[in-house]
Design a protein around this ligand. Structure first.
Ligand SMILES: Cc1cc2nc3c(=O)[nH]c(=O)nc-3n(C[C@H](O)[C@H](O)[C@H](O)COP(=O)(O)O)c2cc1C
Length: 169
């Protein structure tokens, strides 16, 4: 049984080509996020899609000049709509819920022969001001999507025997 190529080949893009993404493709990627699971099915997310070069340029300033914000044709600000809910195990649900949604969007993007990058290095207060995000909400991640310029430096992973155990820790 093969690992899905979308999982095996995905890499964080270090640089993007500024080639627009067709509307239908973007819609499928967003729909993949919408279909992700969330605790109690609360779906505490809002995906703000940013394609305007001027806004992306301003985001770049808030992201310490990361060029990928102006290069990538689509930037998605992955925001919360509800940050208070804790799951029965005591953990906050929103970081996990949003991570599932982002994972689904990344996998769909790969399936569409596109690449992606999750970025968390930005000044959130500036981004919130720019995108008129309510004070009580959070911008948890930015998901950049586009065609990578080149993507050859595969990051290595810990071996299976370091991350998996059976029957005990
Ligand atoms: C929660 C999270 C936050 C991340 N934040 C950043 C970031 O701010 N800037 C960046 O360049 N990459 C960021 N990354 C990408 C990781 O550095 C990358 O996924 C990791 O090094 C493994 O490489 P790969 O995605 O190419 O397999 C983030 C990834 C995750 C999952």
């Amino acid at each position: 049984m093969e690992i899905l190529p979308e999982i095996k080949n995905r890499m964080t893009s270090r640089s993007f080509q500024n080639i627009p993404i067709p509307d239908e493709t973007l819609e499928r990627i967003l729909n993949a996020g919408r279909l992700a699971p969330s605790a109690k099915n609360r779906q505490p997310w809002r995906f703000i899609v940013l394609t305007d070069p001027e806004i992306k340029e301003q985001l770049k300033q808030s992201a310490y000049g990361d060029e990928r914000f102006s290069e990538a044709p689509v930037v998605i600000a992955v925001c919360t709509t509800n940050i208070g809910y804790r799951m029965p195990n005591g953990e906050l649900s929103y970081p996990m819920d949003l991570s599932f949604a982002v994972s689904f969007m990344m996998i769909q993007a790969e399936h569409e022969k596109l690449n992606s990058a999750v970025i968390t290095t930005y000044q959130e207060d500036e981004v919130k001001n720019l995108l008129t995000i309510p004070y009580s909400m959070k911008v948890v991640m930015m998901l950049l999507i586009g065609k990578a310029v080149e993507n050859s430096d595969k990051e290595i992973r810990l071996p299976m025997n370091r991350v998996v155990s059976f029957d005990h820790w």
